[in-house]
Ligand binder design. Structure first.
Ligand SMILES: Nc1ncnc2c1ncn2[C@@H]1O[C@H](COP(=O)(O)OP(=O)(O)OP(=O)(O)O)[C@@H](O)[C@H]1O
Length: 377
C-alpha cells in the first residue's frame, strides 16, 4: 500500500517541507536529532495539523488541506509505538493486549490474539505486570497492543532507543517478522544507521525539515554524498543476498549476491532464504591484483566509481561490484600509492569475521513475503 506524504508546517523557527511516497513494508524516517522526524510522525498520526498538505494511505485520504479533509487521530486507525512502551502498570500483559483490541472495530479484529502473541513470543508473559518485564519485553507487548487494534498503519518512533544493545538485538527479529508477515505498513523513526539498514525497505532521509533523499535502502546507503547525514563512522553498503549453501565443517555460510559470493559466519536458515548484509566501509580493503595467500575469505571484483575525500587522511570510495555499490574507506596515502581513480578495476577484500550478527538480517522480498528469522550467528 502506498503511503503518500506531502506536507508543509511551521513550529517556532522550524520549517518542515516534506514530500515522499513509499510502497515499502517498512519505511524508515532517518535523520539527525531535530531534523523533523517526530513532527512528521505526529502529522501522519493526526496529532499535529500542518499548515498545508496531504497524507494518504492507498486511496484513503487522512489529510487534504485543499479539500478541507482532516480525519481526527482516533478515526485514523493508526497504531503508535513510542520509545518507552507506555503500558498500563496496573493491568496484566493480557489485559494490556485486550485493551488494544477494544479499539478495533468489531468485524475487523483481524489480528487474532493468539497470532500476535505467537508472533511476538510473549505467551509466557501474559499474567505478568509491566513492572516485572524487561525493556525489550515491554516493547514487544506495546507492539502487540498496537497490532491488536487492527491498525491501517503502524508508527514506531524510536522503539528501541531506550534499550541497551543486547535488548535491541533481542527485539529486532520480532520487528522483522512483523514487517514480513503482517500486512500492515510501518513508518519507523530512527537515528541508528544499523537499525535502519537492517529493517527498512524504503529510507526517507530527513535533514533540517526537508527530504535529503528517499528510495530503496540499499541505494541510499550506497551514496557517498549522504555520508554527512547518514553518519560517517558507521557508513556502509547494504547488499541483498540469498543463502547459497552452508560449509558445515567451518561453521560458515555462503551467500550469493550480485556483487559475488560472500562467506559469513554460519546463518541458521535454509538455502534460498533472502538475507541482507551490511558491509561497513571501514571493513573493506582494496588490492590492485587478486590477493593470494591471504586469510580474508571474500574477494570481490570491483571498479572504482567515485572518490570523496573526508576529513584529514581519510578518503571514502564507492565501488561498483557488477552494478551493486560497495563502500570502502582508505587513507589518502593509499589512494596515491595505488593510483586509485574512477574507472580503475581492482579487488575489494572483506574478512568474514567483519560480518557480526547485527549486520546480517533476513532480507525483504519485493512483495514482502520473505519471512524467516534473523540470522542467528
Ligand atoms: N511545539 C514546538 N514549538 C516550536 N518548535 C518545536 C516544537 N516541537 C518541535 N519543535 C522544533 O522542531 C524541530 C524538529 O523537532 P522533531 O522533534 O520533529 O525532531 P526529531 O528529528 O524527531 O528529533 P529527535 O531525533 O531529537 O527526536 C526541532 O528544532 C524542535 O526544536
Amino acid at each position: 500500500m502506498t503511503l503518500t506524504v506531502d506536507v508543509s508546517h511551521r513550529q517556532g523557527d522550524f520549517t518542515l517541507e516534506v514530500r515522499f511516497e513509499s510502497e515499502g513494508n517498512l519505511t524508515a524516517l532517518f535523520g539527525r536529532s531535530g531534523s523533523g522526524k517526530t513532527t512528521l510522525v505526529n502529522i501522519v498520526a493526526g496529532l499535529i495539523r500542518p499548515v498545508r498538505g496531504r497524507v494518504a494511505l492507498g486511496d484513503l485520504v487522512l489529510l487534504d488541506s485543499e479539500r478541507g479533509i482532516f480525519v481526527p487521530p482516533h478515526r485514523r486507525r493508526i497504531g503508535y509505538v513510542f520509545q518507552e512502551g507506555r503500558l498500563f502498570p496496573h493491568l496484566s500483559v493480557r489485559q494490556n493486549l485486550l485493551y488494544g483490541r477494544w479499539f478495533a472495530p468489531s468485524g475487523e479484529r483481524r489480528e487474532a490474539l493468539d497470532t500476535v502473541i505467537d508472533l511476538l513470543g510473549i505467551a509466557s508473559l501474559l499474567e505478568r505486570r509491566p513492572g516485572s518485564l524487561s525493556g525489550g519485553e515491554k516493547q514487544r507487548v506495546a507492539i502487540g497492543r498496537a497490532l491488536l487494534a487492527s491498525p491501517r498503519l503502524l508508527l514506531m518512533d524510536e522503539p528501541l532507543a531506550s534499550l541497551d544493545e543486547g535488548r535491541k538485538g533481542e527485539i529486532l527479529p520480532y520487528i522483522e517478522r512483523l514487517r514480513d508477515q503482517m500486512r500492515i505498513p510501518i513508518l519507523y523513526v530512527s537515528h541508528a544507521v544499523g537499525e535502519v539498514a537492517r529493517l527498512a525497505s524504503t529510507l526517507v532521509l530527513l535533514n533540517e525539515g526537508r527530504v535529503a533523499a528517499a528510495g530503496p535502502t540499499a541505494d541510499i546507503m550506497g551514496r557517498l554524498d549522504l555520508f554527512p547525514m547518514t553518519g560517517r563512522a558507521e557508513a556502509g553498503a547494504v547488499l541483498e543476498t540469498r543463502i547459497e549453501a552452508h560449509e558445515a565443517d567451518y561453521g560458515l555460510t555462503l551467500l550469493r549476491s550480485a556483487a559475488g559470493m560472500i562467506r559469513v559466519p554460519r546463518i541458521d536458515m535454509e538455502a534460498g532464504t533472502p538475507v541482507r548484509v551490511r558491509i561497513r566501509a571501514r571493513d573493506v580493503m582494496l588490492a590492485l591484483e587478486r590477493p593470494s595467500g591471504i586469510s580474508a575469505l571474500n574477494i570481490l571484483e570491483a571498479t572504482v566509481a567515485e572518490l570523496r575525500p573526508g576529513k584529514g587522511p581519510i578518503v571514502d570510495i564507492r565501488l561498483d561490484c557488477a552494478g551493486t555499490p560497495l563502500l570502502a574507506r582508505v587513507t589518502r596515502r593509499s589512494v596515491e600509492t595505488l593510483g586509485l581513480r574512477p574507472g580503475l578495476a581492482l579487488y575489494a577484500v572483506v574478512k568474514s569475521v567483519a560480518f557480526e550478527r547485527r549486520s546480517i538480517a533476513a532480507g525483504t522480498e519485493a512483495g514482502g513475503e520473505a519471512g524467516g528469522e534473523a540470522a542467528d550467528l
